[in-house]
Design a protein around this ligand. Structure first.
Ligand SMILES: [Zn+2]
Length: 126
């Protein structure tokens, strides 16, 4: 059975979306992605790399590393919230609505992780 490209509701074979609403939302998603995907890729690359470098730097610059990791996690959380651009395979499998929701869950998880990291830094590394 074919499914709506946005909400994954079952539809007939000659349709792409189940409603005008889904069509509109899907177009908005693709427009947003077209506008910001390059910026997203650059920021994502920089801050994921920053976390990697900071984990390495932890042994000789622990305080700086922990604060830099917490900040990077926060930036990624904000980025994934406002630019929920899931990989194409995911969109294909789960459709747009569910994929965006998944990005927002990851964003929330990163936010929590960032707050925990900040708290640990403040409590244990004075
Ligand atoms: Zn739909």
């Amino acid at each position: 059975m074919k499914k709506c490209d946005f909400c994954a509701r079952e539809i007939s074979y000659h349709e792409m979306y189940c409603s005008e609403e889904c069509n509109k939302k899907a177009n908005e998603f693709y427009e947003l992605r077209e506008k910001f995907s390059k910026l997203f890729a650059v920021l994502n690359g920089i801050f994921v790399m920053a976390i990697g470098i900071c984990i390495f730097a932890f042994s000789f610059l622990p305080i700086f590393a922990v604060y830099a990791i917490a900040t990077s996690l926060l930036v990624l959380a904000v980025l994934y919230f406002f630019c929920p651009f899931p990989p194409e395979v995911m969109i294909h499998k789960y459709k747009i609505k569910k994929s965006i929701k998944f990005c927002r869950i990851i964003s929330l998880a990163l936010l929590v992780l960032s707050i925990v990291t900040f708290s640990c830094a403040i409590i244990f590394m004075r």
